[in-house]
Design a protein around this ligand. Sequence first.
Ligand code: LIP
Length: 261
Amino acid sequence: MNNREVAIVAARDAGELIQKYVNKNFQVEEKSSVFDLVTEVDRESEQLIRKKILESNPTHRIIGEEGIDHVNDLTLLMESDDYIWVIDPIDGTTNFVHGLPGYCISIALVYKKEIILGVIYDPNLNELFCAEKGKGAYLNDRKLSISDIKKIEYSVLATGFPSDIKGARAKVIQGINEIGSVCSNIRSYGAAALHLAYVAAGRLEGYWEYNLNAWDIAAGYLLVKEAGGIVSDTSGNLYELTTRDILATNGQIHTELVGKL
Ligand code: LIP
């Protein structure tokens, strides 16, 4: 199997595992705060994905949401390791815990500090988003391209509510105050990776959020880029793996949104 196939099989198998727990009891714990949840299903999903990757690539480094403490480790790892897989075993854990749809598996592969592969799988809708560097972005078999809407007033945008309520969430609310009255509408599905996939698919014109981690963004970044969009931080500096405040758009409304954030 090549790396793309490995990522797709891992994402689909993890999706199948996660769906077995829907409407069942599972263990839920708080991580950094009461707003930051992890379940035994996140951990099982991460183990499954790690196993699949290592079967084909025993020497590759893997960082996952439930496996390392902080994204700062990534900066160091990029100096020592050529291949790094960046995985979120369930992005949208709060939705999953509440029996809501709107969660996914996100898997990215970094080679020499560059994201070369991104896979996001939504097991509720059986939507598999996949992008490879220089080869375009796809939803199942359909090639994706970003929306061509040029004005904020016609744009549907998304944001998310991070667990850090005093800093990041307060900034999100400030952003909604700025943008909410001038755009067509605002959505918040509760999963950063899905928001990014939806920008790539032209379903949303843009998405912003603060204080995210690499595993929330890495795969979605490549999808947006390969579909023709722009990903930067909220000040307009182009995305790097350590970027935590994120703005992804179809490009047409990017500068105006940077001005408003
Ligand atoms: C979550 C994101 C969500 C964001 C949260 C959190 P998790 O990831 O995708 O959109 O608002 O801050 O990072 O914890 O469900 O993997």
